[in-house]
Design a protein around this ligand. Structure first.
Ligand code: GCU
Length: 418
């Protein structure tokens, strides 16, 4: 079983696949989990990597030239995908083309009670070799608008993978449905357990030798969720947003970076290994030396080599945000959540924004801060819905999404967009 392919040999194929997947309605055949890099080829030992103190220039191609055109950026993007998978998260599980769905229950929902006409569906998805992988999804679907014939309405969707921590609170579900979005939730830990050395979960049942990280397996789960959503007649295929909190937000960032069918990527409070720069650790934030020993299974094993050498990492988290461009990206965060490094997230946001700006889509990247701690609350969801309404439907938001929380924080890079 191949978990890895050589770095760029599939670049053209991946690009075509990605193009084809955009707007793909018959998604069961669509296997857009990008093949991971051949880590052994791409990864150099840390002592052979140059020291780069600032956030590395994402526009610098492997051949030493600098990106000059969007076509160059498309090439650089593939290089970055290979670097990110090889050094940080490891391989994604193999692509599958056999996602099958069985409706377990469907009917009117009383939750949220104040939304008459909303329905609820529970689905079992199976996939992989001998359909060994099972993933449950729960959907809350708004009532069809009065001017639509029954069965003809289509809705944008927000997909959340944190069902293992319980469903969202009723006020959040109500907010999502009131705005006319479907809320789809699954439990990413059905695929790979969130436990050190456990190798439990659907991925390991299907591929006992899978050697990527649990984070990559969770990102793969989001992609399979998208496969399924695209088979539903009631969704707007070009308006799929994904979100998740904390470790779930890290998985969201990776999934959105890789999968061009995802229109909006929205990690919340994702911090270290997510939206926060490793090279800029604000006081009390979680650094590489904190996260990797505690959660080694979230990362490629050699990522530990960067402990004490983080300035030799050939990219930083801003490059992963930049992989989402030109699609939409929003990060939400609590300013009191110091462990998740809000100031370092702002640094990575500013650096990633150079790429969005270069591609002429500066408004596609946003940052929404709030007071408060480590949670994914109604304020975060409201920001996400405002941003989605703006980027998907042109509804002017009442708020700005580029207001800096730390205007005095000195920029951690000297380069600028070409
Ligand atoms: C720990 C971990 C964080 C993670 C968080 C969470 O605090 O150190 O990296 O984001 O758990 O998932 O809630």
């Amino acid at each position: 079983m191949h978990f890895q392919t050589s770095p760029l040999q599939n670049a053209a194929g991946r690009h075509l696949l990605a193009q084809w997947c955009i707007g793909c309605l018959v998604a069961l055949a669509c296997t857009a989990s990008f093949p991971p890099a051949d880590a052994a080829t791409v990864r150099k030992p840390v002592d052979q990597l140059p020291v780069v103190k600032e956030l590395p220039d994402p526009f610098l191609l492997a051949d030493g030239t600098r990106v000059k055109s969007p076509a160059d950026w498309a090439r650089r993007r593939l290089e970055l995908i290979d670097l990110v998978l090889s050094y940080e998260y490891g391989a994604l599980p193999p692509a599958v083309s056999n996602v099958k769905s069985t409706v377990l229950s469907s009917g009117p929902t009383t939750r949220p009670a104040e939304l008459p006409g909303a329905t609820e569906t529970n689905v079992l998805l199976t996939m992989g070799p001998e359909n060994k992988i099972a993933l449950h999804m729960h959907l809350l679907i708004p009532a069809a608008p009065a001017d639509k014939a029954p069965g003809s309405a289509r809705f944008p969707v927000i997909l959340r993978g944190d069902l293992g921590w319980k469903s969202v609170k009723p006020d959040i579900a109500a907010a999502v449905l009131q705005r006319g979005y479907i809320l789809a939730e699954f439990d990413r830990t059905e695929l790979a357990a969130d436990k050190k050395d456990s190798r439990e979960g659907g991925i390991y049942t299907a591929w006992p030798d899978y050697n990527g990280s649990v984070m990559s397996a969770w990102a793969w789960g989001y992609q399979r969720g998208v496969d399924y959503l695209l088979t539903r007649p009631d969704i707007e295929a070009n308006h799929i947003a994904i979100t998740g909190h904390s470790r779930g937000g890290k998985a969201v960032l990776l999934a959105g970076a890789l999968d061009e069918r995802i229109a909006l990527t929205a990690p919340n409070g994702s911090g270290s290994g997510g939206a926060g720069a490793f090279r800029f650790q604000a006081p009390k934030s979680e650094a590489i030396e904190n996260i990797v020993p505690r959660f080694p299974y979230w990362f490629e094993p050699h990522f530990a080599d960067f402990i004490g050498h983080v300035d030799q990492l050939p990219f930083d988290q801003h490059s992963i945000k930049a992989l989402v461009a030109p699609r939409a990206f929003l990060e939400t965060s609590g300013l009191g959540d110091l462990w998740s490094n809000p100031e370092g997230s702002q640094q990575a946001y500013l650096a990633a924004r150079e790429v969005f700006d270069f591609l002429g889509v500066r408004d596609q990247i946003g940052f929404a801060w709030r007071a408060g701690k480590h949670e994914h609350n109604l304020q975060d969801w409201t920001a996400l819905l405002d941003f989605a309404d703006w980027r998907f439907f042109g509804k002017q938001p009442a708020r700005a999404f580029d207001t800096l929380a730390f205007p005095q924080s000195e920029k951690k890079f000297t380069w600028a967009k070409p």
